[in-house]
Design a protein. Sequence first.
Length: 254
Amino acid sequence: MKTGFRGRALFTRKKGKLLFRIHILFLALFLLVQISWDSVSEAKEQTVPEGFVALDNGRDFSGWNIQPDLGAWMIKDGVIFCKGKPGSPYAILTEKKYENFELFVDFKMSKNCNSGIFIHTPEYGRESRVGFELQILDSYGKKTDKQSCGSIYSVQAPSVNAVKRANEWNTYHVKFNWPRCEIWLNGKKIQDVNFWRNPALRYRLRSGYIGLQNHAHKVWFRNIYIKELPPVEKWIDLFDGHDLNGWHSVGNAD
């Protein structure tokens, strides 16, 4: 009887160990699948809206200028990731300039993040002053001001605080058709500005690059779609290279 009891006890212990190992195995598989799913979900494939083109491809920086590249920007899990350091380049810019357009951008901020999306970015000069900056800031639940997420940086506060908590994805929707600029954040309209009627915005550039800012904080971007709208600016040649038709002389060159 004692031998049988020991045998059953030994069998029970072995069975318990086996079940424990199976449990650990399934837990490890679950975590592996979860990690893989998280990586896939970061990229979040979406169909490009009709009439739009994608400015990011989830593989490389084709269509962007990131020089000098000191390692602050990378493609990670299919999205554009700025690790915040080193501080150069301060922004990455599209290779193409845009005037009037409609734009969608998904972004995710780290805790206490400060970043931005530059519109009509110049080749030289301060991006947020010559063009303008659509602010990205970890300002969830706070009173809005001219530096809040959704503000036209240092010019106009958003009409409502629509940003989500840090580490959650947000979506900007921008429609710029001079002189009107409309901005939505997570489906809520937060800006409707007439640039001509605003002295601080009237003489900003009307055409320039789209830029993503590196402000020494971790920030992620994905699903960047743009559709160009008809231009308003029109340029004409005042000299055709042949004669002075259209010109007249004034005074004497003594």
